[in-house]
Design a protein around this ligand. Sequence first.
Ligand code: NG6
Ligand code: CA
Length: 573
Amino acid sequence: MIRRPDRRPTVALDLPAPPPSASDARKLSQVRTKSVHFEIDVRRLAQTLLSRANFPSPFPRPMLPLLVTLLASLFLTATAAFPAAQPNVIVIMADDLGFGDLSCYGATAFKTPHIDQLAAEGLRFTSGYSTASTCTPTRYSFLTGSYAFRRKGTGIAPPNGHLVVPPDAFTIADLAKTAGYRTAVIGKWHLGLGIEGRGPDWNGSIKPGPREIGFDYNFLLPTTNDRVPQVYVESDRVVGLDPNDPLWVGDRKPAEDHPTGISHRTTLKMDWSHGHNGTIHNGISRIGFYTGGEAARFRDEDLADKWAEKSNAWLEANRNHPFFLFLASHDLHVPRIPHERFQGVTGLGYRADSIVQLDWQVGELMRTLDRLGLTDKTLIVFCSDNGPVMDDGYKDLALEKRGQHRAGGPYRGGKYSVYEGGTRTPFITHWKGRITPGVSDEIVSTIDLAASLAALTGTPLPADACLDSFDVSAALLGRPGARGREHLVQQDNGGDGNFGFRVGQWKLVRYDTKSARNLVVEQTLATTKVPQFQLFDLAKDPFETTDVLAQHPEKGEELRGRLAALIAAGRSR
Ligand code: NG6
Ligand code: CA
């Protein structure tokens, strides 16, 4: 049975803590103040100690729970003045950001000073991974703690796609709520909305969505900005929609004379290179078609400012309460249209300009946390949803203007591939006063944030949820001797039997399709033939150039067997 918390959105006011009840531990885990948070730990600790202690008790057994509660309450009264050990948590997920795309990860062609500061004051991981090499499966596994390849239909979500996280799944947002946090997602969603078979009801109540899977608040770009429609969804409604101008979204041209990227190509402000030739909005043609909702449509240029505005407002409103914020930037996904003030700042084209915009946004967030006095109470995890791509469908000169910049850094392959560059991405943790600054080589993945948050907050994970999420919290905080994952599965968009399987220095690459997409990032997007199985020694060959399967057949067999068993088992935790 999956245990789910109360998903009713919590209000923005600080409510007084209800009195503790010995009979309902679940209720206790949902109460709303930091001081009571702390009491959950004390209660659990006291219970554990009492149950383990082998001393003769002067009290009859049935009285023990009451005694525990009394002790806990006394202890609580005595310690309520101390701050809770549990941090606020902000996960900043960038889009298509490669390992080599930040100056703290070796980029030299431009600077990312705010993210560099985050890394300099925190922990910079050299083996931090997104779980998949495309967006939807990484986000699915981040939220559910289970590998996306275990569930059909978790590949890149289409414009009218339904919510791919089952509403009865236990998510990281549920976990945070169970621990008493307020929860929000702001930014790119791309996990579908609405029920299966119907998708989002754009003109009505868009449910289920984030609020049905554990988030109190959401302000979203529904899919990606190269997909229609260009509108925000707040709670369960399209923002600013005029009921007299309903929004229609579809995958067929609605009328013969509907202007598209094909019929009106010469009018576009950014031309497409493949796909992306449907409805035109803001001079850019998209994947899919839509009409109406004119008043609700946004400009691509304003997305980052909107995320900053909304996240600042939400942080302000929840400053006195534990919070969990999933801040999902759209930078640097296509169409890469940074705000006018960032256009041209790097001289490397809009792809790099969008990285500078992302860096600005991180700076804004840090400034807000400082202003609200929350920097030392907040764990920030900065990560990406997949590796880099140059030409992802628009002629934005990413390739032509890149100069010496290598988006994948020292790794081969990018977005869509299971080579290291597809998922080994920037990964930084920051918690002022708690994390000793440094660099970590431990293996951590975005899928581990659920189990790690459970450990950090002292909240038990239901046994049948978060099936592939490991508690790497000690590694995330850089505790001496702490270990990350022992093994890691990398996947592409899913469904085709393509996997990377890393165990320490060894990496098995399995391509059941025998073809790899985006193996070479610095060229027009292409597919390359590859053997079904390859083995690489990442310690000697981080770029995965020399297949050593023939030299180490037993290692290859071992990893093939382990990967197959792990897939068949349905879980790895
Ligand atoms: C692909 C799109 C690509 C991008 C990707 C999703 C085409 C030809 N390509 O299908 O442009 O949108 O989906 O990217 O349509 S992701 O980062 O959200 O996974
Ligand atoms: Ca992405």
